[in-house]
Design a protein around this ligand. Structure first.
Ligand code: NAP
Length: 251
């Protein structure tokens, strides 16, 4: 890593100190999607450390999840682009009361070049919308059949903010995250009224992961900050789109 990058990474991490303490996050049943890598995997590990049960979904391979030996970890295969996988997810969660949903699964979609307007494939666009946006509706439908979750946290991106868009690129990723933001806002009004559920979206920042191999922040640190946020007065964040400093981003 070049010196310039090292300095940028150092300064970036200074902006987001490690969370000090996690309170009030134990004995919960937590569903984490996209949990075989990156932020999702780090969240699973840390949530388990706090005496919770974790229902961790993965797309295809569960190799990294398999390395976690914990009786409170329940692995469920769910490729969120496939309708049949939701049926098996529903069957596996039939008798489970989920307290917290963390929707981590996400894809960037095709390369930047293939997300230029001249090159966009509508099929690939549809796939990204399915995984990044519509799956949140489907998963919520499944969980709401048995549970009144306290929290639904959606991993969004500042790329999904319409007003912050200054570069005009990545149509597929941006649109799918904008749709996710819209769904988040709507659910925050609707589900708060019906079930008291707090629903919010978070931009995790620049995190090293499967999607972003050169990210500045370690996924463990990101997960630690996210858990601190959802375990301290999260109700105040209902209907908000925030970053890791809890600052609000414009939709
Ligand atoms: N890292 C960043 O800098 C950054 C910035 C802004 C927002 N985010 C958001 O943060 C979330 C977590 O991403 P990450 O950074 O941790 O990247 P990641 O390591 O690539 O994690 C994404 C996860 O989503 C899963 N996934 C992909 N397609 C799926 C499908 N069809 N069905 C079910 N799961 C699927 C992946 O599974 P496989 O490994 O099997 O493909 C992977 O486990 C994403 O929603 C991302 O958009 C990340």
């Amino acid at each position: 890593m070049g010196l310039r990058r090292k300095i940028k990474k150092f300064l970036y991490n200074l902006k987001y100190p490690n969370a000090k303490f996690i309170i009030d996050l134990n004995k919960k049943k937590v569903l984490v999607t996209g949990s075989n890598s990156g932020i999702g995997l780090s969240l699973v590990k840390q949530i388990l450390e706090h005496d919770n049960q974790v229902f961790a979904t993965y797309r295809e391979k569960s190799d990294k999840l398999d390395g976690i030996k914990n009786v409170n970890l329940f692995k469920i295969k769910c490729d969120q682009s496939k309708t049949e996988d939701y049926i098996s997810l529903e069957n596996k969660l039939k008798n489970v009361n989920i307290d917290i949903i963390i929707n981590c699964a996400g894809i960037f979609g095709p390369s930047f070049k293939d997300q230029e307007i001249e090159n966009i494939s509508l099929e690939k666009f549809r796939d990204a919308i399915m995984v990044n946006s519509l799956s949140i509706i489907k998963i919520s439908q499944i969980i709401l059949k048995n549970s009144k979750p306290q929290i639904i946290l959606n991993l969004s991106s500042d790329a999904g903010s319409i007003s912050l868009n200054k570069s005009g690129d990545a149509y597929i990723y941006r649109t799918s995250k904008s749709a996710l933001n819209s769904i988040t806002k709507n659910m925050s009004v609707d589900l708060k009224k019906k079930y008291g559920t707090t629903v919010l979206a978070i931009d995790p920042g620049n995190v090293q992961s499967g999607m972003n191999s050169k990210g500045y922040m370690e996924s463990d640190k990101c997960a630690n900050i996210i858990l601190d946020i959802i375990s301290n007065n999260v109700e105040e964040l209902n209907g908000k789109f925030i970053n890791l400093s809890k600052n609000e981003l414009s939709w």
